[in-house]
Design a protein around this ligand. Sequence first.
Ligand SMILES: Cc1cc2nc3c(=O)[nH]c(=O)nc-3n(C[C@H](O)[C@H](O)[C@H](O)COP(=O)(O)OP(=O)(O)OC[C@H]3O[C@@H](n4cnc5c(N)ncnc54)[C@H](O)[C@@H]3O)c2cc1C
Length: 593
Amino acid sequence: MARDFTRRQLLLGAGAVSGLAVVGASRADESAVDLARPVARSTGWPDADAWQDLNQRVSGRLIQPVSPLRSCSLDASSAECGTALEAMKNPFFIEDQAGATQSTGWMDAWQGAVSPYAVQADTAEDIAAAVNFARKHDIRLVVKGAGHDYLGRNTAPDSLLVWTHRMRNINVHEAFVPAGTPNGTVGVTALSVGAGTRWLEAYAAATDAGLYVQGGGCTSVGTSGGFIQGGGFGSFSKAFGTGSGGVLEFEVVTADGEVRVVNQHQDPDLFWALRGGGGSTFGIVARTTVLAHPIPNTMGLVSGTIIAKNDTAYEDVVGAVVAFYPVALDNPSWGEQIRFRPDNTVEFALTFLDLDRAGAEATFAPLLEPLRAQSDRFDVDVSFMEIPFERLWDVTWWQENDPDFITLDPRPNQPDNQYWWSGNQGEVAAYWFAYESRWVPTSMLVDRPADATRMLVDASKLRNLTFQINKGLSGQSAESRERDRGTPLHPTAFDAAALILLGAAEQYVYPGVTGHEPDRAKGVRERDEVAAAMSILRDALPGQGAYANEASYFTEDWKNEFWGPNYQRLLAIKRRVDPTNLFRVHHGVGSDE
Ligand SMILES: Cc1cc2nc3c(=O)[nH]c(=O)nc-3n(C[C@H](O)[C@H](O)[C@H](O)COP(=O)(O)OP(=O)(O)OC[C@H]3O[C@@H](n4cnc5c(N)ncnc54)[C@H](O)[C@@H]3O)c2cc1C
């Protein structure tokens, strides 16, 4: 993961961030909490005795979050505010705050809010107490784990927050057998993780046991929330499939306050819905058990650029990549992304798996050699790197081999191995102007390469495009395909060469903080650029889905674009398990009922 490797660095043409709400401290500070406005949905805000009762039921784990930027709304020039603004650049600091979210807002869509109360859950029973309380008093319930949601579905004003951050216990199983499985079933290697666990922690535990679990690319994304309940793709998803497809069992608290263990044998419908139907929709997951694979031997990175020296050369190189993908990259070895940029540049930030460096170079030779031979038209600067897979999540390896590739949590008293890919910095405290995605079928690249090339050239002239191949399941391994077919993922993902992503954001800006406000003019300009590029993609890709976790807040045809023909079955399950719509999130299943 070289600096450029990780995901959407380039999505952030700008950067910016967010919302008033942002961060909160994790312990009570009643004087700082504005309880004047909270209103229940219909019956009135609970009185102090009711809150006290809830606090007892959760063994004192009811807290009143405070915005970490509170000092900034009082005096943006104060030293305290300066410290808080600096702290907001650290994704793990943000995760430690009950009131904070990684994305802090979205222009004209949502803005972060600090819940007046939060249950800092340690157990499924704590979660159940919060669910029962919210149902009884008819108050808005929100759930937050790692807080990475783009669409603001982890934050709401006047709400009770269930915060799962402390639930980070991990168990490695040599032979896991889901509850209710017929006698004699052979167990499989697996990892059970508490709802607040981040992928970095799961990867480290799996590696220690000689295993690998399929999670996300970003080290700080949560294992059990929106990622795994919304599909979830990682660098090696063409080999191991989606996060959802790997789930063996959930412990989940449903809207009736029951703690249930669901899997293929116990409520298989709810199990199916939880594996891709969206976070905060069917219940609150307390624990997730995922299939663990034997650890691969090696992985590697292809990074660098091909700069075309004029528009015609750019069209030629895009056309060459379109032809290259189906023959070279459409298989389980390859992952991550190719970026097409308005400055006539094609950038590689790809991973390869169980292929040595020489093998990866040989794969790329038919693409790169002819371009290198035309130095009057192309500058080719592409490099290859091989990494022992067991060192992939080892901070020491990175410090010794490529220290700039990672950023270590600079705070004192943090785990030694707590870091993020430097390339992910661009999404920390991001205030979004736009975000879009679309799956592009491999058949288009094979059957209509000229159309595919035209689409990519025209759209990328307006805005950076990320062509993320690990989020297209075409070419995936047969075993992972079988697992993923048992989830509600949009059918077009299975034939997709890639998910095309584009967006715009501004970082470290906060509405209401003088001198640090989002730049609205820039936001409008960039949003319009994204819209223009997206309209080219939409026209060229009729009927293709969008990844629900990485889609526009303003998607109109969201049921169809996120779940296609699976929506009606999801809706029927939603009506059964949550008849009063206690769990309601923006563009979630049943949210319009
Ligand atoms: C920096 C960054 C990197 C990312 N990298 C990837 C990636 O590599 N691959 C990929 O597929 N996606 C990626 N995403 C997108 C990510 O999958 C979604 O943002 C996802 O919603 C994050 O889930 P979370 O649990 O971390 O966040 P949260 O904001 O905590 O939760 C997201 C949603 O799930 C709900 N939720 C949280 N916990 C629970 C629970 N225990 N039970 C029920 N509902 C719950 C929340 O209410 C919210 O609606 C990334 C996002 C960011 C910001």
